[in-house]
Design a protein around this ligand. Structure first.
Ligand code: HAM
Length: 418
């Protein structure tokens, strides 16, 4: 027996109401703030991610699904959504549009991690990117959108963690002080962190192992090493967040797991543990240039849909039911079946959602099915009705029924409840 690959899951019809709900809230906030939808391919040149997310990150080193296609190109299933959007921005000359260009996406993301609750090998993200302006007011806009999005879903108890990790001017000095801090404490570090110390010392700050967390408590803070430009940006951002009354906590150990970030980084967290990040983002002012475009500052954010749904369920947030067929067509006899098939086509043409059991079930079984599906109105055609060109309209809740001419069925269904 085949099963869905480990770390993936089927989204069955009974789950779809949650997904449509989250997607609708995502699209709504984007429409409200002038973000337009973009869709990029499910796979890209693997180099795009090695270049942007960065070698030495878990995503690139351990989690990318790479493959060679038949033309010999090295491809990767998208392990994150920002680099593809930047690639599209450069490729399609979006720098010629009024800046910032505001884009959003709902897409599948592939990461070969160890599957656990809230961590999948294929997950879905709602992401947004605002490309082409360095104004800290744009950071505040994106952070506020993230918050408004979770609030609009009805989620409670999440926090917003914020940090600035500087830029290529001030980061080297910070990394130096971080490295010398850790160099004296290597015996307390896990083997992964000892390796990271050489390649990517920022990542030591968010290691989840207790011994490493203890060492990380007293590390030098990036916000104490900001250059004047980054310091001004950080102060302006905090002023804008205060203006918006946007609650947040400065978290000196927040560094994020992707290398392209500069200045602002933030995460929305809920509860404890490794899967507590509901979403995250930040500025990436050098990325477009690194990918071959003109120097273009940008900021973005992405939210994991599965984790949102997990928390909606945990908090018992009700989501609207999806619409059901309005009409069920049932029949008894061959002639009646032909009449029913025509009726059903006519109802659908009139844009009334209509369903029938089809097959050879008894009338009783068909009515049971209509009931089980929760369809309120049933159109019944028997041989006699077919001969008279009429149907019986039955209201399932009251059990009331009456005969109407087939040609006035649509008008009847649209005008009156039985
Ligand atoms: P990220 O933090 O790697 O950022 O992913 C964003 C969110 O996706 C996470 O906060 C989490 O909710 C969810 N997520 C990540 N990995 C998994 C997984 N294996 N299973 C389930 N959910 C997961 C990015 O990807 C950046 N591109 C965000 C961004 C946009 N930065 C700037 N613009």
């Amino acid at each position: 027996m085949y099963q869905a690959p480990r770390g993936t899951k089927d989204i069955l019809p009974q789950e779809q109401a949650y997904w449509r709900y989250v997607e609708a809230k995502a699209s709504a906030i984007c429409q409200l703030c002038g973000y337009e939808r973009i869709d990029t391919p499910a796979f890209e040149d693997a180099g795009l991610f090695t270049r942007s997310v960065g070698q030495g990150t878990d995503i690139v080193d351990k989690e990318m699904y790479t493959f060679q296609d038949r033309g010999g190109g090295k491809m990767a299933l998208t392990p994150e959504g920002t680099a593809p959007v930047c690639r599209a921005y450069i490729e399609h000359g979006l720098s010629n549009k009024p800046q910032p260009v505001r884009l959003y996406y709902l897409t599948s993301i592939f990461r070969y991690g160890r599957p656990q609750a809230g961590r999948y090998r294929q997950h879905y993200q709602f992401g947004l990117e605002a490309i082409g302006d360095a104004d800290p007011a744009l950071d505040a806009e994106v952070i506020d959108m993230a918050r408004q999005f979770y609030l609009s879903l009805g989620l409670e108890g999440f926090s917003l963690q914020l940090n600035s990790i500087g830029c290529k001017i001030c980061r080297p000095a910070y990394l130096d002080s971080l490295t010398s801090y850790y160099a004296d404490r290597t015996s307390h570090l896990c083997p992964d962190c000892r390796r990271r110390l050489e390649r990517n010392p920022l990542r030591l700050l968010d290691c989840k192992r207790p011994s490493c967390q203890e060492v990380a408590e007293a590390t030098p803070r990036s916000i104490d090493h900001l250059c004047s430009g980054c310091e001004r940006h950080w102060q302006r951002l905090k002023a804008y967040l205060a203006l918006l009354d946007l609650p947040h906590e400065v978290n000196h150990r927040l560094v994020r797991g992707l290398d392209y970030y500069t200045r602002t980084v933030f995460e929305v967290q809920i509860g404890e543990g490794a899967q507590s990040a509901l979403g995250g983002g930040g500025r990436y002012d050098d990325l477009i240039e690194e990918l071959g475009g003109k120097p273009t500052p940008a900021i973005g954010f992405a939210a994991g849909m599965e984790r949102i749904i997990l928390n909606l369920k945990k908090q018992g947030v009700p989501v609207p039911a999806l619409s059901q067929p309005e009409v069920f067509v049932a029949y008894a006899g061959d002639k009646a079946k032909e009449a029913a098939i025509k009726l059903m086509a006519g109802l659908r043409q009139a844009e009334m959602a209509t369903i029938a059991a089809l097959g050879d079930k008894s009338l009783k079984a068909q009515l049971r099915q209509a009931n089980a599906l929760g369809v309120g109105r049933v159109v019944i055609v028997g041989e006699e009705e077919a001969a008279r060109d009429t149907v019986v309209l039955r209201d399932m809740a009251s059990g009331q029924q009456r005969e109407v001419p087939s040609r006035s069925l649509v008008a009847e269904l649209k005008s009156v409840s039985l």
